[in-house]
Design a protein around this ligand. Structure first.
Ligand SMILES: [Zn+2]
Ligand SMILES: [Zn+2]
Length: 124
């Protein structure tokens, strides 16, 4: 089977991109039946934004000092609790100004944080 470069249109940004013969061969090998739908940029964008990019930040629990990782960027100066301390928290709202970050946020609290990655921490 022979392949020739084809021009496809990205469904995300509408830009035309080349579905090269080599890529078609690859798709054929993998028995993918669908043409790619997105240009490389949009694919890369989706890859980095889908699956809720894991931003794990190393920190220590401000209650017991245990090293822990949190799935968000802790705000400077605000206490972060490890899981067990978080669960020990009384239901009452903590003192003003010392509100702990929610370690396992509800979906409502999953607002995107400023700069992902950031400080050169290797998340792996
Ligand atoms: Zn695109
Ligand atoms: Zn703790």
């Amino acid at each position: 089977m022979e392949f020739t470069d084809r021009v496809l249109k990205c469904i995300d940004c509408g830009a035309e991109f080349i579905f090269t013969a080599g890529e078609q061969l690859f798709f054929h090998d993998k028995q993918f039946t669908n043409d790619p739908k997105r240009c490389k940029q949009c694919k890369a964008k989706r890859a980095s934004s889908s699956g809720r990019a894991r931003t794990e930040t190393r920190t220590t629990c401000s209650e017991c000092g245990t090293a822990t990782t949190v799935p968000f960027k802790p705000t400077q100066g605000r206490p972060v609790l490890c899981r067990s301390c978080f669960q020990k928290q009384p239901g009452k709202a903590p003192a003003r100004g010392a509100k702990p970050e929610i370690l396992y946020p509800t979906t409502a609290a999953l607002a995107p944080t400023g700069t992902p990655g950031g400080g050169g921490l290797d998340p792996s």
